[in-house]
Write a protein that binds this ligand. Structure first.
Ligand code: NAD
Length: 331
């Protein structure tokens, strides 16, 4: 991949979360000073322990919502907006709150960026493709959602609205914007309690509990290591050719969920069984999921030489090692 970030004073919203905390470490390693704004709604202070320990003088946590912080805050050389309500279970439990926060907090961040002309990288999601069937998904594909009466689409719809607001505000008010659509991103510190599949599987395999596969298990996904994903972000935001554009980011190596469960068991030498649980038991009646979700990552490869190299086996081992060090994270 090309050039490290030239940005010196950097903001990361949601920096105490899973992806945010890895991004903070990558930015610090590149020489930046980092301010994290996080309300610790799903993130935890401990996620920043490695960063604070390595660079105590260059990282600062402001415990606040983005909207409270944004009033009157100064500009930064770069801002990475990752704060959001994330996770199928969290969103299904309270879809109104998730949509309000994902749209309202992003509006506040964009208002701040317009005022200070700070460059913004917006963390979007493969969920914006909704129930589209044109996998592998390309960034210029049409987006296809179910009806607004179904909470299932609330998260993806809110991220699609955010993308449009970010690109339009950047073009109107003259600040660089990059939209990164993360596909399933995995690694140490991700939590299973909000419905994320790989940390649930690894935690179950490590503790001898059954691995619960929702639905048929034939759903196909690609799991990209968080450390590969975050390395790409500063490069994108500092590359003018990337501004005003949308990029898929993640792995493009597909695996079914049933095979993923078996691969976790064999990689960790676990005795756990793999069992099936109907979607209706996991998420209530009428839950719809995509059969196949694979990104086309050619655009990111061309723009910045994006080349995710960490294997799924390595990621699984690293998640297991992290859980062994922090058993309280098993939930
Ligand atoms: N993990 C994935 O596979 C994945 C996939 C697609 C997109 N994303 C996106 O990446 C970003 C980070 O996701 P993650 O997996 O690290 O989730 P996470 O829940 O670990 O991180 C989100 C962080 O934002 C904070 N936060 C939430 N609302 C806030 C607010 N209003 N003000 C301040 N802080 C707030 C939370 O406390 C948390 O630390 C999100 O924008 C998410 O939509 C993640």
């Amino acid at each position: 991949m090309k050039t490290p970030s030239p940005h010196r004073h950097v903001l990361v919203t949601g920096g105490a979360g899973f992806i945010g905390s890895h991004l903070v470490e990558a930015l610090l390693a590149g020489g930046a000073s980092v301010t994290v704004v996080d309300d610790l709604s799903t993130g935890v202070r401990a996620n920043l322990d490695v960063a604070v320990h390595a660079h105590p003088d260059r990282v600062r946590l402001v415990e606040s919502t983005v909207s409270e912080w944004a009033r009157g805050a100064p500009g930064f050389d770069a801002a990475y907006h990752l704060a959001a309500s994330v996770g199928v279970r969290l969103v299904m439990d309270d879809p109104a709150r998730a949509a309000e926060r994902n749209v309202g907090e992003t509006m506040a961040l964009l208002g701040w960026a317009s005022r200070t002309r700070s460059p913004v990288l917006f963390a979007s999601s493969s969920e914006v493709y909704g129930k589209g069937v044109s996998s592998p998904f390309r960034e210029d594909a049409d987006l296809l959602f179910g009806p607004p009466t179904s909470p299932r689409w609330s998260y993806g719809l809110s991220k699609a609205v955010d993308e449009q607001m970010a690109i339009a505000a950047g073009a109107r008010d003259g600040f660089p914007v990059v939209v990164a659509r993360f596909f399933n991103t995995v690694g140490p510190r991700q939590r299973g309690r909000y419905g994320m599949v790989l940390p649930r599987f690894v935690a179950a395999a490590c503790t001898g509990r059954p691995l619960e596969v929702h639905g048929s298990g034939r759903q196909v996904r690609c799991f990209g290591d968080v450390r590969d994903v975050v390395r790409a972000l500063p490069t994108m935001l500092s590359t003018p050719d990337c501004h005003g554009k949308v990029f898929n980011l993640g792995s493009d190596r597909p695996i079914s969920i049933e095979d993923l469960a078996r691969f976790v068991v064999s990689t960790l030498g676990s005795r756990s069984e793999v069992v099936r649980v109907p979607y209706s038991d996991a998420f209530g009646p009428g839950f719809e999921d995509l059969e196949v979700r694979i990104p086309d990552i050619a655009r990111a490869r061309r723009a910045i030489g994006f080349d995710p190299g960490i294997t799924l086996e390595q990621t699984i081992r690293d998640i297991a090692a992290h859980l062994a060090r922090t058993p309280e994270a098993i939930a």
